[in-house]
Ligand binder design. Structure first.
Ligand code: FAD
Length: 386
């Protein structure tokens, strides 16, 4: 990947890798066991000024382009997918504020989010609606200058640590339109219940959110009712998919590092593992997919930053390819490491668990096939006619 970067991006990537090697990698398996990243690492990220990510400097942000955000995620995910998940959802909320927020909403939350004084989480999924978001049941009932929320969200990343939530629901009026609003943590009628025992992303404070006659100001509504599914969610999810693609890329890169060291050292039947053709094949496929995925990830970010009309599809292609490849190679990495890779404390065991989750979040593999399959059919049928 590094050879695809500009000099300034290479310097940034080296900085991110050395930050992760010193501050993340030594502690990541403890966090997974304890099912929570430490507050210390959040504070260190704040000290480094990383929380402002892709937000322009005028709002206290870092002004990173998508590639810089991506390579930051890649470097962090090699050591902790859970920590990468914090930046994923925090960025989705900040981008929602930047794109759709009013001046008052930005003044209230965006500057403080960039400094890391408050953290964000993104609440779309419900117990009865995941891939098919049109099935969400959370009700937003207008009452004077307030909105009353009733409903339940589930699997919300960093729900247990966040201060401000983007919450999606349906207007409980004659319009019945989909709607989104900002909800602060300590709002009466809002309860946060931790979820434990996940397969992967174990340290990412997953939570159920319950809204029971929860009263928020009408001015917390984002954009206007009717925009939630067509504009607000897709815009944020594009950032989510960039993050997930680079997380998967970091996993493939990590698999390569651990496996290459191991196959050069480990001997069986008087020869090194690398001298076995079956092992060479696994390493070759890992290296080739890392290269291919690097191009897809970087190109999708370039398209996004240049507002290419097809950028969202390119981001989906990168997400689809890289997450599936990450799970294949994490499987092979555990195979290559043998029993060592079966120990929870080894990075390849975590890669194996986390890579499965990447195929489910930010649009599952099957949902990508539904959308991309239709799009490719239209596109290539046109070419055939010419
Ligand atoms: C670790 C983790 C973190 C998460 N973080 C968040 C978060 O921060 N915020 C949030 O809102 N949500 C979050 N989610 C929820 C996630 O977005 C959903 O799990 C995802 O959208 C899939 O929904 P579901 O689990 O309800 O599965 P379902 O939608 O019930 O799907 C079940 C299976 O059926 C497949 N499927 C569904 N429809 C079709 C179809 N038409 N054709 C073929 N196959 C189909 C799916 O691909 C999947 O394999 C998180 C989930 C996990 C595991």
């Amino acid at each position: 990947m590094i050879e695809l970067l500009l000099d300034e991006q290479k310097d940034k990537y080296n900085e991110f890798c050395s930050f992760a090697e010193s501050n993340v990698q030594p502690y990541a398996s403890d966090w997974e066991r304890e099912e929570r990243i430490s507050k210390d690492i959040v504070n260190k990220c704040i000290e480094q000024g990383y929380l402002g990510c892709t937000i322009p400097e005028e709002f206290n942000g870092n002004g990173w382009d998508s590639i810089t955000y991506g390579i930051f995620t890649e470097a962090i995910a090699r050591s902790s997918t859970s920590l990468a998940g914090l930046f994923n959802v925090h960025t989705m909320v900040m981008q929602t504020l930047l794109k759709w927020g009013t001046e008052e909403q930005k003044n209230k939350w965006l500057y403080r989010m960039c400094k890391g004084e408050i953290l964000g989480a993104f609440a779309l999924t419900e117990p009865d609606a995941g891939s098919d978001i049109r099935g969400i049941k959370t009700r937003f009932t207008p009452k004077g200058d307030k909105i009353i929320l009733n409903g339940k969200k589930r699997w919300i990343t960093f729900g247990g640590l966040a201060d401000i939530f983007v919450v999606f629901g349906m207007m409980d009026d004659e319009s019945g339109k989909p709607v989104a609003c900002f909800v602060e943590k300590n709002t009466p009628g809002f309860e946060i219940i931790p979820i434990t025992n996940m397969l992967g992303f174990k340290a990412s404070y997953l939570a159920v959110l319950e809204f029971n006659e929860c009263e928020v100001d009408k001015e917390n509504i984002i954009a206007k009712p009717g925009f939630a599914f067509s504009h607000i969610a897709p815009y944020a999810l594009d950032y989510g998919r960039v993050s997930v693609s680079f997380t998967a890329l970091g996993i493939i890169g990590g698999c390569l590092n651990y496996c290459c060291n191991h196959v050069l050292r480990r001997k069986t039947f008087n020869s090194r593992l690398i001298d076995q053709s079956t092992i060479k094949e696994m390493i070759t496929k890992m290296g080739v997919d890392y290269e291919a995925a690097s191009h897809l990830c970087i190109n999708s970010c370039k398209a996004k930053d240049m507002s290419n009309p097809n950028y969202a599809e390119k981001v989906m292609i990168a997400k689809y390819f890289t997450t599936r490849a990450a799970h294949r190679h994490a499987d092979n990495a555990v195979q290559i490491m043998g029993a060592t890779g079966c120990n929870e404390n080894h990075a390849t065991a975590r890669y194996y668990r986390d890579s499965k989750v990447l195929e489910i979040i930010e649009g599952s593999t099957q949902i990508h096939e539904m959308i991309l399959g239709n799009s490719f059919t239209k596109k290539f049928r046109k070419i055939e006619k010419k």
